[in-house]
Design a protein around this ligand. Sequence first.
Ligand SMILES: C[S@@+](CC[C@H](N)C(=O)[O-])C[C@H]1O[C@@H](n2cnc3c(N)ncnc32)[C@H](O)[C@@H]1O
Length: 283
Amino acid sequence: MQSRSRLEQRDSLAFVDSLPVRHEGDRFRLLSGDSLELLERMPAASVDLVFADPPYNLSNGGTTCQAGRRVSVNKGAWDASLGLAEDHGFHRRWLAACRRVLKPSGTIWVSGTQHVIFSLGFAMQELGYHLLNTVTWFKPNASPNLACRFFTHSTELVIWAAPARGKQLLHTFNYPQMKAQNGGKQMRDMWPLSDDGGGVLWDLAAPGKREKALGRHPTQKPIALLDRIIAASSNPGDLVLDPFNGSGTTGVVAVGRGRRYVGIDLDPTYLDLTERRIAATRA
Ligand SMILES: C[S@@+](CC[C@H](N)C(=O)[O-])C[C@H]1O[C@@H](n2cnc3c(N)ncnc32)[C@H](O)[C@@H]1O
């Protein structure tokens, strides 16, 4: 059994308290600022799990379809493209910063659509990450496309990787738990065809109204997606980091599952939303 002081040490997040903390709790800190700068100020090899949902670089004046209507795709200044080379440079920089703070036994999950995922995957290969899986997240309720010139986009990819290539795999993978959740069969990196609810594993709808009751974020991830990721690749007490916190879905699940959490976002109003969401899960 772990001693009390060891448990307290594992629960402590004091090492980020010199950074601009906007909200804090016994198991979480929400940091306000630019990830590139703040990650540099965190200790090396301190994080067990990173989930990152970076800018899609998609908000460049285009339109999309929502609830049958043509709407602007602009999600915010943070999502504008600076051109292919500059966008790739940005992804390389934050991925390198995450690699530095990851423990050798840690892993990172990086989500994106076709607009950004190839740059992300290439940057990860350039930096020496060990790619473990590319999970396909299928969105059964995806919006139809208005142009009718190509297939309807209904998937998002999530790359899972360890910080370094090595003969020995050091990372956490709660294989038995995942297999049990999949009715005793190995869990795959794609949705199974079962439609009985319990067996539909990566077949996760976009977040419903209930998850947006406390406020909205234009690219909010569903709780179910983060729940699977955090359950699969971390243990209670582990430190989970999200450098693009947004509405804080990662934090809500991490804290709810007994992990510690550090989230970073440029926009403090999203950190305020996160704090409300975490508080609501604990009420
Ligand atoms: C795609 S959204 C993340 C959404 C999140 N996964 C959720 O479930 O709500 C990206 C977020 O990253 C933030 N962001 C963009 N660039 C950033 C940077 N350099 N440092 C910190 N946050 C940044 C944006 O403000 C935005 O909230």
